[in-house]
Write a protein that binds this ligand. Sequence first.
Ligand code: FE
Length: 354
Amino acid sequence: MSHHSSRFAPLALALSAALLLSACSNSEAPAPGADASAEAPAAAAPLVIYSERKAPLLDPILADFTAQTGIAIETRIDGADALIERLAAEGASTPADLLITVDAGNLWQAAERGLLAGVTSPSLDANVPANLRDAQGRWYGVSERARTIMFAKDRVDPSTLSTYEALAEPQWKGKVCLRSSAKVYNQSLVATMIERLGAERTEAVLKGWVDNLAAPPFADDTLLLQAIAAGQCEVGISNTYYLGRLQKEDPAFAVLPFWPNHADAGVHINISGAGVLANSDQPEQAKQLLEWLVSEPVQAKFAGLNFEYPVKPGVPLDPIVEAWGEFKADPVDIAVAGRRQAEAVMLMGKAGWR
Ligand code: FE
């Protein structure tokens, strides 16, 4: 018996610690003098997610998690910059447990500012390729997004396309559309180009792109794709899921993706990703959610909801996504998007990319 009681002692300790914790988190609720013994046992506090990923692309997934685990979730949706500032200001008193962004550069910034906890997890390491997660476990890709060349399918012969860099050639004068350089997706693309081509060559390419513009840079990728379809430009650079949304509405939408740089680096890949917050009061549950998000059945639904690619290899694609065909993904460590972000912004400015 003594063997058993010693074996169970840690569990008993953990249970009383949990009771103490729920008593503490509950203590602000009752008014002074309230009869605490009359209260129902406190449920676990909800897991709080600060998310840049929009509610319709997250809520159906989180509802599944709550149904399976009983863990309630609250989300606060805002831009990554605003969420990061808020986390920094809240410090130890933040209610947040997990940060979700739609770009690696922002996760890198959050990690640099000490906002994310390093997580060790064999299943995260197994399911998320090493180039799509932080080496210290502070953030992990949850879905993969390809930022590629888009072309007007009735007006452009895809055999005239080859690389991102080639869009700077004179043959594309007055035919290129770009999104604003203020968008972090473009900053991350340029950051990986600097890593691959060097600053001098990248600057020359960016200047060529700007010289070739058919219209001032667009505020978002959807407008850019619509401009290609409408004949305002012939080619552009966009994340593929924006095309997926447009093709879902109109299967005849006259734009297709081209997979560039297959002879060298491959297609630029970014992530929607997440990290457990350093000031989370429920880091184990936050990690559990993160592990669940990159598990097999969840990956297909998470990526499919937004016509993205799963990070976990071998997971089935949405049929719209599958129809775009296979491509070589740039294997670069996506942390480069953060490390070279400032340099990318500077080069974009020098090239006159608004
Ligand atoms: Fe987006």
